[in-house]
Design a protein. Structure first.
Length: 212
């Protein structure tokens, strides 16, 4: 039961930061010249690639931090701050500044294959998602890493479903509905970001955890 609760919480955190619903307009724009079957193939390739990128950071994230002599507590504080900035943008329904720039998007449209860049990286597996999986899996047991991997797989499966139905979802939600959902997810993300920062501060300053 505890594992299911942790899996759900992990899934929600990763789903919010990946934000496949917010990525619908860009996905439709980048695949505008593709048929429905080509769009499905592009979506599948993108989510598989994004999952593999996140899986690498789930399994090796702690070693990467150790190589650069970065403590997990420091990374939690910095990562929480990054996620909080992203959350503020989402609350205002702004395009994410940590994703890709308009010139990069224009260059991507001219490529034949947009599944890997920019869809997989940095749209799905961007700085925010990478930060999230490292924070969730860093310093934990193998079981926790497996839970994060399973959550990533569920998020990418959901993303595939959303992207393959992108046209219908966009018509159903409309601009106002999509912005409302993004704002709600931004609010949830801001809470998650604060939790990460508080956990990181307590890890850096253990004495604070005993106060209250």
């Amino acid at each position: 039961m505890l594992e299911l609760k942790l899996l759900f919480k992990t899934f929600v955190a990763i789903f919010i930061i990946v934000d496949p619903i917010g990525g619908i307009p860009l996905f439709l724009s980048l695949t505008a010249r593709e048929s429905e079957s080509q769009r499905r193939a592009t979506a599948l390739k993108a989510v598989v690639a994004a999952f593999l990128v996140l899986a690498v950071f789930v399994l090796l994230g702690e070693r990467i931090l150790s190589f650069f002599q970065i403590s997990l507590g420091s990374f939690r504080v910095a990562g929480g701050a990054l996620l909080f900035i992203i959350a503020l943008d989402m609350l205002q329904a702004k395009p994410r500044s940590t994703k890709s720039t308009p010139p990069e998007e224009e260059e991507s449209r001219q490529r034949e294959d947009v599944a890997l860049v920019p869809l997989a990286v940095p749209i799905l597996a961007g700085p925010g998602a990478i930060t999230t999986v490292i924070v969730l899996s860093g310093g934990e047991s193998l079981q926790a890493k497996l839970i994060v991997l399973l959550a990533c797989a569920l998020v990418m499966s959901s993303t595939l479903l959303i992207f393959t139905q992108a046209s219908r979802i966009a018509r159903f939600l409309g601009h106002t509905g999509a912005n409302l959902l993004v704002r709600i997810m931004g609010l949830l993300l801001s809470v998650i970001a604060v939790e990460y920062m508080v956990a990181g501060i307590k890890e850096l300053f253990p004495g604070l955890g005993g106060q209250g």
